[in-house]
Design a protein around this ligand. Structure first.
Ligand SMILES: Nc1nc2c(ncn2[C@@H]2O[C@H](COP(=O)(O)OP(=O)(O)OP(=O)(O)O)[C@@H](O)[C@H]2O)c(=O)[nH]1
Ligand SMILES: [Mg+2]
Length: 670
């Protein structure tokens, strides 16, 4: 049995969950398809998803057809939950990108298409909702070609579009118009096909073209398009055929060492952690002890495999390469953990911009503070980008956010699932700091005022945009125990979470210029003496001090996130909207008249997008359509926002040193 791990992706409300349900029905897994509107689908299982009719978390279901197990991963379309999509991208063999036949290509469609293309994930398009009034599949097909990729080809056409009787009619094999379009499309990437066709047109037989279509779809060079309706079922049988015939099933070796990635973590009925992982190679069985997330090791206590229908308990055969499994027993598992050997496709890579907003969460009842912390910690396990930050001094907890809907979901989840009602402070923008110059600092072992048993010297300088934080060794690798080097590097990365103004420092190079330690020493009776021997703790405490001193010498500049926007407006309201854009700090770069509407493109600070969204309906009679997505960081103009430090203030050098030294090392300050 082959396996195909298939993502269903789209802009919000395009019909992913309805289509998933319909696919399960057509494949014979469920007798009656559930409906999003009735709140009884297989994949929208959270109470909140059912109440609101939107998907919040990705969910896996599966069916078996024609010798292939298809694992469907239904994802959320709302941009506030893009992190859920990001996590599944690394485990997909293929994707169906759903586009509504009424709304057409939308902001998230574009973002997802670009990302799937960049990752080379084989993708089919499904134009959904052809039964709805206003459906225009031909217009949407042209939009796909104009706005997403020219390498698309429809495998059929829609009859009676915009009516409940709408049907999908596949082009018959050998249909001359279809053959000609296929030759055009496929010969662009296939010289042999082109040469043969030029020499003799008859070489382009339906079989030969089909073979080329399969090969080029698998390489994500071309994208077949189908259309239909998740509600009436039109085109869905054909979609199943296309998925199994055109998308490449997974290849992997069951006998190789285990290799997999965790893409989802949830809590089971008894509060235990349940992990969803894709196995890339090897076989996983119940009671196996596995290494995950680097150093940790756990025993799998229960395992379920998705293979046609719901997950079934893994029997003695276990789960082989290509499978998606649900695992119990990994107590401290996290999203993005590698199981066994790292797979070729790295997990946990960033495909989308991180959240640009944050807010402080307050419990309504002050006594709930510990419960709130515990609850948010659990939520952050499921969604690592929630990125909890706790200020011990002020007793505050902040979470990062993509938007207001995510905030409402967090609020409802805390109240309903954890019994902790909360309020939020105002949402603020998350800035970053970039290093502007070069700065260095060093603290020597045994020299005042350094109370720690270690020498650390660091140099900080700007790095390339998008390069992240790079840690380099400027000393011999063998000159210090690896554990100390690791402690220094980890602490550097952690410390740069808050720069001189309290924001994360990005795109810089940190070089370890000096390192020294006192080797492990013992008294005559053989007891390890902490007051004479360096420990990793010495380096963990000394590094922030040295780094922050170097950073303050290098200097940083605060940058704010900026979104790129596209605004579609009726031409007659442009005059009233432009001053509003200016008032919100938005800078239009271009405007194009398209019939009776204007398309304005430009940049707007991330913190103003929500305000713009709220004002738009009133300004445009509800006809304005805004798309905005993170583009880049730019230097803050005007007053520089700073964020209170959460941990300590390393710049208050002496007090900090002495206090930390006493508290942490137990050694008297020198
Ligand atoms: N007429 C019609 N309505 C549809 C079709 N597919 C979905 N819908 C309706 O569109 C709405 C959204 O459908 P969902 O399946 O929740 O869309 P989704 O893409 O999963 O939405 P999110 O997960 O929240 O992004 C629901 O009211 C569906 O009943 C279709 O083919 N035809
Ligand atoms: Mg959905």
């Amino acid at each position: 049995m082959k396996t195909l791990n298939l993502g269903i992706l789209a802009h919000v409300d395009a019909g992913k969950t309805s289509l998933t349900e319909r696919l399960l029905h057509c494949a014979g897994v469920i007798d009656e398809p559930g409906s999003v509107d009735a709140g009884n689908t297989r994949t929208d299982t959270l109470a909140l998803e059912r109440q609101r009719g939107i998907t919040i978390r990705s969910a896996v279901v599966s069916f078996a057809v024609a010798g292939t197990t298809v694992n469907l991963i239904d994802t959320p379309g709302h941009p506030d939950f893009i992190a859920e999509v990001e996590r599944v991208l690394g485990v997909l063999d293929g994707a169906v990108l759903v586009v509504s036949a009424v709304e057409g290509v939308q902001a998230q469609t574009r973002l997802l298409a670009r990302t799937l293309h960049r990752l080379g994930i084989p993708t089919l398009f499904f134009v959904n909702k052809v039964d709805r009034a206003g459906a225009d599949p031909d217009r949407v097909l042209r939009q796909l070609a104009d706005r997403l990729t020219p390498h698309v080809v429809a495998l059929g056409r829609v009859d009676a579009a915009g009516t409940p009787a709408a049907r999908w009619i596949p082009h018959p094999p050998g249909d001359p118009g279809h053959q000609a379009r296929l030759v055009d499309l496929l010969s662009a990437h296939d010289d042999a096909l082109l040469a043969a066709y030029v020499a003799d047109e008859r070489t382009a037989t339906p079989d030969r073209l089909r073979e080329a279509l399969v090969a080029q779809t698998a390489r994500a060079r071309v994208h077949p398009v189908l259309a239909g309706s998740a509600v009436t079922g039109a085109g869905v049988d054909e979609l199943i055929d296309a998925v199994t015939a055109l998308l490449p099933a997974t290849a992997g070796d069951d006998h190789a060492p285990l290799s997999g990635t965790v893409f989802k973590v949830e809590r089971g009925a008894a509060g235990e952690k349940v992990a969803y992982a894709r196995i890339f190679a090897g076989t996983l069985r119940v009671r196996d002890r596995i290494r995950h997330g680097g150093g940790r090791e756990s025993r799998v206590t229960a395992l379920a495999v998705f293979d046609g229908g719901d997950a079934t308990p893994g029997d003695a055969a276990g789960a082989g390469a290509g499978r998606i499994v649900r695992l119990h027993g990994l107590a401290d598992v996290r999203v993005g953990d590698v199981l066994g050997v790292p797979p070729e496709r790295p997990a946990g890579r960033r495909h989308f911009a991180p959240p640009t907003l944050e807010t402080v969460v307050e419990p309504v009842r002050p006594a709930d503070r510990p419960a709130l912390h515990a609850a948010l910690t659990q939520l952050a396990e499921q969604d690592p980008l929630i990125n909890l930050r706790q200020d011990d001094r002020r007793q505050e907890i902040a979470v990062s956010l993509y938007g207001e809907v995510q905030k409402e979901v967090i609020e409802a989840t805390l109240a309903d699932d954890y019994g902790v009602p909360v309020t939020f402070r105002e949402t603020t923008t998350v800035c970053v700091e970039r290093v502007v110059g070069v700065g260095a600092a060093v603290e020597w072992i045994g020299r005042d005022p350094n109370p720690f048993l270690g020498t650390v010297g660091l140099r900080v300088e700007p790095g390339p945009v998008g390069g992240g934080v790079e840690f380099r060794l400027g000393i011999e690798l063998g000159s210090m125990p690896l554990a100390f080097l690791k402690a220094i590097e980890e602490t550097v990365r952690e410390t740069l979470g808050q720069g001189l103004h309290g924001w994360a420092v990005i795109d810089c190079v940190v070089t370890l210029t000096h390192g020294g330690y006192w080797a492990r020493q013992s008294h005559s009776h053989g007891v390890f003496d902490k007051s004479m021997s360096s420990t990793a703790g010495d380096f963990r405490h000394l590094t922030p001090l040295v780094l922050m001193t170097a950073l303050s010498r290098a200097g940083t500049r605060v940058h704010e996130p900026v979104h790129r926007f596209r605004l579609d407006l009726p031409a007659d309201v442009v005059g009233t909207v432009l001053p509003v854009l200016a008032g919100l700090g938005a800078a239009p770069r271009s405007s194009t008249l398209r019939g009776t509407s204007y398309l304005i493109e430009g940049e707007v600070p991330a913190g103003r997008v929500h305000a713009l969204e709220q004002r738009l309906p009133g300004l445009t009679r509800g006809e304005g359509a805004l798309e905005a997505e993170f583009d880049h960081h730019r230097p803050v103009r005007g007053p520089v926002p700073s964020r209170p430090r959460w941990d300590h203030d390393p710049l208050h050098r002496k007090e900090y040193l002495l206090a930390v030294a006493r508290r942490v090392t137990g050694r008297p300050a020198r």
